[in-house]
Design a protein around this ligand. Sequence first.
Ligand code: ZN
Length: 88
Amino acid sequence: MFEWQKARCAICGRTGQRGGLNQRTLVLDHDHHNGLVRGFLCHRCNKVEGLGRTLDGRFTNYRRWPPRGFCRSLFPTLHRGGALLVRG
Ligand SMILES: [Zn+2]
């Protein structure tokens, strides 16, 4: 999914890296209601998302159509028993 997002935050498009604990790290966001991953976000967007706030329509669109949904159609073998398995 990280590669599919082209190393960019799914909300603001800021580029980042996978792994590490600095401000450029993209973190794997998940839906707290069902536990399923949604996509990679930058620290800023992940913090706003975690607070349940909506700064603009991009947050609404992300919740409605997270990258997970697109990856599911592109990479159906990543799913086992309804849960998304995150790879590479
Ligand atoms: Zn962002």
